[in-house]
Design a protein around this ligand. Structure first.
Ligand code: ZN
Length: 415
């Protein structure tokens, strides 16, 4: 039976969102957490963008060194040869790419004003796929941007051509959140049957249905005999109204009525990482988690009214669909209300030593003064990007892998 895989695109769709962004260290922490959580793939950035270069290379080095263990790190570029060449020149170790082409008449006409035909779009894409494989890229997926407003026959042709040239997956992008669960099911079923490639489902929440359409799209792919790959972002952060939320998608697949009898997640997803990854992402983006967000919102396990409180005290299953423990919730959080020493871009060694000594885990600064100062310097540079105190895991990461942190934090504009 085909399965459902998860590809998280927080480090691509999430960070390209208006008003929001992440530091390179925060993006790295997200890759580490997604890996720990058992997510299949992270779309970890933009290989043609100069300021991503050291971050992307450093994360690929973490894979080579076994620090990032199982997750596939894949870069996102436009489906043109020029981008493929530039991506490989900038990021020589990259092994997985997704190539994006606009496929709807709206976008082909609306963006290119008659300069490109549908045939041009297909030729550009197949040339780009050929170029990736000529450079030894291990897996290449093609993205049909605005697929939900694209004529299905053209999508089928686009997918078949991609397959003939060696692409391993077709990404169906509901770029504007236009689909509903019924419409997307029909299309992904047709694509799976006629293209005979695994189908990626990339949904947006403009009509409040990103999670529902993701599930329906996955069902279509599987009913058509192909694996489904759902694109998610942490806390649903993404362009405009956002993407399908990672935790909600996992809950919907595993907990909704009868769904996972036939449609199951591949691999071993650790749902108990949900709380941690949602909290970190919220802090990193500077966007609070809504009180009613599925699984990780403050109110998800809160009961006030008499009938509900009485019922849940007698048996939690009376009013809770799943337990907070499954999501890694339940630990009290200690919040300092008195004096605090924080890290910042102008921190000094004495304050920094105090911060590290107060970390709960067994991480100490090197006794050697020069070495300790090197770590401090990296923490300062990390703060230049974040403008807020680093979390414990970030500090630990810098203490443990100062050489990688140095690479992540290196940016050389206009060189
Ligand atoms: Zn998107």
């Amino acid at each position: 039976m085909p399965k459902i895989y998860l590809i998280d695109v927080t480090n691509r769709d999430g960070v390209q969102t208006a008003r929001l962004g992440l530091s390179k260290l925060e993006k790295t922490m997200i890759n580490i957490y997604l890996d720990e959580m058992g997510i299949f793939q992270s779309e970890f950035g933009f290989p043609t963008t100069r300021h991503e270069q050291h971050y992307l290379q450093a994360n690929l080095e973490m894979v080579q060194r076994g620090i990032i263990k199982n997750i596939v790190l894949e870069g996102w570029i436009r489906g043109i040869v020029e981008d493929v060449e530039l991506a490989i020149k900038r990021i020589p170790d990259i092994k997985h790419l997704n190539l994006s082409s606009s496929t709807s008449s709206q976008m082909i006409d609306g963006k290119f004003h008659g300069r490109k035909t549908r045939d041009d779009i297909i030729h550009e894409m197949t040339d780009a796929v050929d170029a990736t494989l000529a450079h030894g890229i291990k897996s290449v997926g093609v993205n049909a941007e605005d697929a939900s407003r694209t004529d299905t026959d053209f999508l089928v042709k686009f997918g078949q051509e991609a397959k003939a040239h060696g692409a391993v997956r077709l990404r169906y992008c509901d770029t504007l959140g236009y689909d509903n669960p019924f419409s997307i099911y029909e299309t992904t079923l047709t694509l799976a049957q006629k293209v005979e490639l695994p189908i990626e489902i990339h949904c947006h929440g403009d009509l409040g249905m990103a999670v529902a359409t993701s599930l329906a799209g996955a069902k279509g792919a599987i009913d058509g005999g192909q694996d489904a790959y759902i694109n998610t972002t942490i806390n649903g952060i993404g362009e405009r109204a956002g993407n399908a939320d990672l935790v909600s998608v996992i809950l919907a697949i595993t907990k909704s009525k009868d769904f996972n009898e036939k449609y199951q997640l591949a691999g071993n997803i650790k749902l108990d990482m949900a709380w941690k990854i949602a909290q970190f992402s919220s802090y990193a983006f500077g966007v609070e988690i809504p009180i009613n967000q599925p699984g990780v919102g403050k109110n998800c396990f809160a009961h006030a009214s008499g009938i509900h409180a009485d019922g849940v005290l007698k048996d939690p299953q009376n009013y809770e669909l799943y337990s907070f423990e499954e999501l890694g919730r339940g630990e009290p959080i200690l919040v300092e209300t008195g004096r605090e020493i924080c890290t910042g871009q102008y921190s000094g060694i004495s304050g920094f030593r105090h911060v590290v000594n107060n970390l709960s885990e067994d991480i100490t600064l090197p006794e050697n003064k020069d070495k300790a100062n090197e770590i401090l310097e990296l923490v300062r540079y990390a703060n230049v990007e974040t403008h807020k105190p680093l979390v414990e895991d970030e500090l630990k990461f810098i203490c443990q892998y100062p050489d990688i942190a140095r690479k992540l934090l290196t940016m050389t504009p206009l060189a």
